[in-house]
Design a protein around this ligand. Structure first.
Ligand SMILES: Nc1ncnc2c1ncn2[C@@H]1O[C@H](COP(=O)(O)OP(=O)(O)O)[C@@H](O)[C@H]1O
Ligand SMILES: [Mg+2]
Length: 244
């Protein structure tokens, strides 16, 4: 450790670059997220958000640069190794057992970290925190889309990650489900850091946090929600206008 008072970032990308053949999806990106921070990544289609995310989760290997998690270089690690280090990933691909109840699904996740009574306590805590108590004994296969998403969040939380990566958590949700998801993110951020890729601006405003805007593989603007969302450059890229 250095003697400076600047805390080490939780996760840091340095000069991160990803090329697919002739396409540079991410170009020399430097980005860091602190312990406990909630960060949103936004940007127009094709900006490189998903590619950046996939590098953090180990789904694609960067062409250049590095990713450090609490100082450990993780690029090239397999997704399950990244998960074991404390990065929880909630993908859009469902990861739940439809034929089991909510409680049973959570119990399976909790039992990987706990033994005996502690497993049940962890499940009860998560049901309460995510306000899923009323559907605890329902089969997951019979739940609405939004409810399934919250259960998947619960499964990730039960792995006790230091960082959770969420890929468009509000996608396909109704207005009410979106509001509830924003509220849940507010609760979750009390116990870990989050990076949220999202293009629903209403949702971004609800969770109002520090935002990094990607455009054409580079960081266009970074800052607090109010400033970023009213920034003319950000408005222009969303309207399809670009500075020369
Ligand atoms: N597997 C791939 N092969 C080739 N090009 C890709 C691949 N994945 C992404 N790209 C390209 O990289 C750029 C960034 O894409 P992406 O990361 O999906 O952007 P976003 O998620 O911001 O919409 C786009 O030009 C896209 O076509
Ligand atoms: Mg994408």
């Amino acid at each position: 450790m250095s003697g400076s008072n600047v805390p080490q970032p939780l996760i840091e990308a340095r000069n991160l670059t990803m090329r697919f053949g002739g396409v540079t999806a991410i170009a020399n990106v430097d980005l860091s997220v602190a312990e406990g921070e909630l960060r949103c990544l936004i940007g127009p289609n094709g900006a490189g958000k998903s590619t950046f995310f996939k590098m953090l989760t180990g789904q694609v290997m960067p062409s250049e640069g590095e990713i450090l998690f609490r100082g450990t270089r993780i690029n090239g690690f397999e997704p399950h190794d990244i998960a074991r280090l404390g990065i929880g990933i909630k993908t859009q691909v469902p990861n739940v057992f439809d034929g089991l109840t909510v409680r049973e699904n959570l119990w399976i996740a909790a039992s990987r970290r706990n033994r005996g009574k502690a497993t049940e306590r962890a499940v009860a805590r998560e049901l309460e925190r995510l306000e899923l108590g009323s559907i605890a004994d329902r089969l997951v296969g019979q739940l609405a889309h939004g409810q399934r998403q919250w259960i998947e969040l619960g499964l990730v939380l039960l792995t006790e990650p230091a960082l959770i990566l969420l890929d468009e958590p509000a996608a396909g949700m109704t207005e009410d489900e979106t509001v509830r998801t924003a509220k849940l993110i507010g609760i979750i951020k009390q116990s870990c850091a989050l990076i949220v890729v999202e293009h629903d601006m209403k949702f971004i405003r609800m969770i109002a946090s520090r935002i990094t805007v990607f455009d054409r593989g580079r960081i266009l603007v970074e800052g607090e929600a109010d400033a970023v969302l009213s920034d003319q450059r950000v408005r222009d890229v969303y309207l399809g206008k670009r500075a020369a």
